[in-house]
Design a protein around this ligand. Structure first.
Ligand code: FMN
Length: 342
């Protein structure tokens, strides 16, 4: 696959989100127009040791391509071995997570902890690059904290080591999810380096994603949490991009009908999960999509209380039917969405 040509056509990446971008959700998002996607972060050690719990997290369909497995690890050797194993699955690239702020991962010296020691980082990137024959990329935060932001140095090392692109979430590790992603910094880093930069953080609408892409001149931009409020965000971003290029406007696959979107997602969830997990995921996604609509708190309580498949589906359909003509506003993220792994 010609990754560069693909990305020029669709520069809107789906951000990896642990517990969210599960295989059926990726299938759904692909139908909803997203570009390059990766698995959620998986442990390089678990891959190396062929841990059976990791396999469902990285499974993919051919139509997910371009698709990469995202790994994290605490040493160059483990990362290289995990990457080799990931390559065997026939993916298009390996993405290294250096952004994860979560204590459990950072304490092991993995995730964003590697941003603190650039000598070790160079060894890790070099080992990863030479362990596989497919492209490699990395995903980072702007730095450990505001005083030590060092994305320019990280980009330089990644460039020297032959990395394909670097996704940059515009927050430091210390910020976790507070404050705003610093797009001025992302733009500055992009202008200083020859490495391709994928800008990420707080893009809420398709129009915003398209403007951020043009304004920052990044190679691509990455969208995460917003697709749980507005699953049409990728189609909308592409429409804005194409309108700007004066091409014929893309016809949306689905109109902004949440029940239609749920039907599409339901089909993918049903194909992947047995009934208990199917219902759990269906409820979870329906509740995220319901955020911003009137009476969503009541809906959440009702849907989580219900156990029978047919009734769960009925409650969901009923809720979105009632809200069909309501125009949602921008999302206020749930506490859960303020503590992700990158
Ligand atoms: C629930 C959740 C899980 C996440 N898991 C991952 C992950 O596995 N790997 C990763 O690199 N980033 C992860 N992230 C970070 C996102 O990829 C992204 O960088 C971040 O959410 C900012 O983008 P957004 O404002 O568009 O959501 C996660 C974020 C959330 C909210």
């Amino acid at each position: 696959m010609n990754l560069k040509a693909y990305i020029q056509e669709n520069p809107f990446f789906l951000a990896p989100m642990a517990g969210v971008t599960v295989k059926p959700f990726r299938s759904f998002m692909r139908e909803m127009g997203c570009g390059v996607m990766t698995s959620e972060l998986v442990s390089a050690r678990a891959l190396k040791e062929k841990n059976s719990k990791t396999l469902p997290l990285i499974e993919f369909e051919e139509h997910h391509k371009p698709y990469g497995i995202q790994i994290f690890g605490e040493s160059a050797d483990i990362i290289a071995e995990g990457a080799k194993r990931a390559e065997d699955f026939g993916v298009d690239f390996i993405d290294l997570n250096l952004g994860c702020p979560v204590n459990k991962i950072v304490k092991k010296g993995a995730g964003s902890a590697l941003l603190k020691d650039l000598k070790v980082l160079k060894k890790v990137l070099s080992a990863l690059k030479s362990s596989v024959n497919i492209p490699v990329s990395l995903k980072i935060r702007t730095g450990w904290d505001h005083q030590t932001r060092n994305s320019d140095q990280v980009a330089q090392i990644a460039l020297e080591e032959g990395f394909e692109w670097m996704s940059l979430h515009g927050r430091t590790r210390s910020q976790a999810y507070s404050g705003k992603a610093d797009w001025n910094y992302i733009k500055q880093i992009n202008s200083q380096t020859a490495l391709r930069i994928v800008g990420n953080g707080d893009l809420m609408t398709g129009e915003q994603a398209c403007s951020a892409l043009k304004w920052s001149s990044c190679f691509a931009v990455m969208i995460g949490r917003a697709c749980l409020n507005d699953p049409w965000i990728f189609l909308s971003a592409r429409e804005h991009l194409e309108k700007g290029l004066k091409k014929k406007s893309r016809k949306s696959v689905l109109s902004k009908d949440y029940n239609q979107a749920m039907t599409c997602l339901k089909k993918h969830l049903e194909n992947f999960y047995e009934e208990r997990l199917f219902l759990l995921h269906l409820k979870k996604f329906a509740v995220w999509f319901s955020s911003g609509f009137p009476h969503s708190t009541e809906f959440r309580r009702k849907v989580f209380r219900e156990r029978h498949k047919a009734f769960v589906i009925e409650i969901i359909e009923d809720f979105f039917n009632k809200n069909q003509s309501f125009k949602k506003t921008l999302p206020v993220y749930e506490p859960f969405l303020m503590q992700g792994h990158g």
